[in-house]
Design a protein around this ligand. Sequence first.
Ligand SMILES: NC(=O)c1ccc[n+]([C@@H]2O[C@H](COP(=O)([O-])OP(=O)(O)OC[C@H]3O[C@@H](n4cnc5c(N)ncnc54)[C@H](OP(=O)(O)O)[C@@H]3O)[C@@H](O)[C@H]2O)c1
Length: 369
Amino acid sequence: MQYYTLGNTGLKVSRLALGTMTFGDDWGWGADASNARQLFDTYLAAGGNFIDTADLYTNGNSERMLGQFIQESGSRDRVVVATKFTYNAEPGNPNAGGNGRKNILRAVEGSLQRLDTDYIDLYILHTWDQVTPAAEVIRTLDDLVSSGKVRYVGLSDVPAWYAAQAQTLAQERHLEPLCTLQLEYSLAERHIEFEYQALAQNLGMGIMVWSPLASGLLSGKYKPSQAGGEGEGRLAMLANSGNPAFNKFTERNWAIVSELEQVANELGRSMAQVAVNWVANRPAVASVLIGATKLHQLQDNLGALDFAIPPELLARLDAISQPEVTFPYTFFEPGIQGMINGSATVGDKPASYRRPILVEGTGSGVTTE
Ligand SMILES: NC(=O)c1ccc[n+]([C@@H]2O[C@H](COP(=O)([O-])OP(=O)(O)OC[C@H]3O[C@@H](n4cnc5c(N)ncnc54)[C@H](OP(=O)(O)O)[C@@H]3O)[C@@H](O)[C@H]2O)c1
């Protein structure tokens, strides 16, 4: 297992993190306690140290199981526990959810209790609530770091402008900087490439990738059907749930799956391994959250980093999954940039001239500017 430091911190995390949204069968597509324990033990035995949960997952049972497994295995010092707040815990009470100070301070106590620990290694805002000022969030997170209840902080599923504002305020006000952005990223979902990789690289955050297999689609076990798609697993159950994260049975995605299958065959690797390998090696990616409901899935995914995808196969995967370039990004393409540069070639600075901003192997995956 390889480790990176996360963003601009001294926290060392494995490049493959374990996602525990599948710990507990409360949502109808997870792993029961004994299967979840097998997943946890196997991940630790493989050298992994980075485990992600949230107060939302399986109605709190994911945190409860994880806390119990860590206690029973005596691994608290070794494991880096990430959990998240935002989602509402009390219908009818708007302050039992969201990113305001009142909810963050309520939520952290619940997570500490369920995780059976007195500190959280990485505390992450789960989703933008559209109302709370960034200044309130970063000040509250900084207070939690000062209190010792939290070690590091980050954001997930927020607009890029909001993350940039929060990080800039944190830096200017000498508050705890954000070290990570947790975002959906895969061959089937590449929209973060327009804003977030440059954001992470420029402002010292490492990206934690979620749904690297597009909820299982990129494992190749689903096939197109008259109803859109069919196969065994979460996506077949949730494709029509209205949640955009599960709306993956599209013509475009079937074309990506087909190309991925051919590339995986040429490499003699599983499709899941190739999909995880592709995303793990993209700019600014610090760690990829691998999820599983079954042991053989986790074992497969854990083998995703011990090979390299040759450039010609990478080019085929890039081409088939290229996201459509829309405004304003059309203005950053070579045509209009040429009008700005007077058609002169303005290339990268030679390596000797670049200012080092992060040491090799840091979470943002960037070594020079
Ligand atoms: N911040 C956020 O908003 C957010 C959102 C979502 C997830 N997350 C985090 O990211 C983690 C990973 O997300 P994800 O579970 O959506 O990741 P994913 O890798 O896209 O999907 C994992 C699912 O795909 C199937 N699968 C995995 N490996 C397989 C293999 N080798 N062969 C066949 N099927 C395989 C399994 O589901 P089936 O057995 O049901 O097919 C598994 O549960 C979560 O646990 C959570 O910690 C964060």
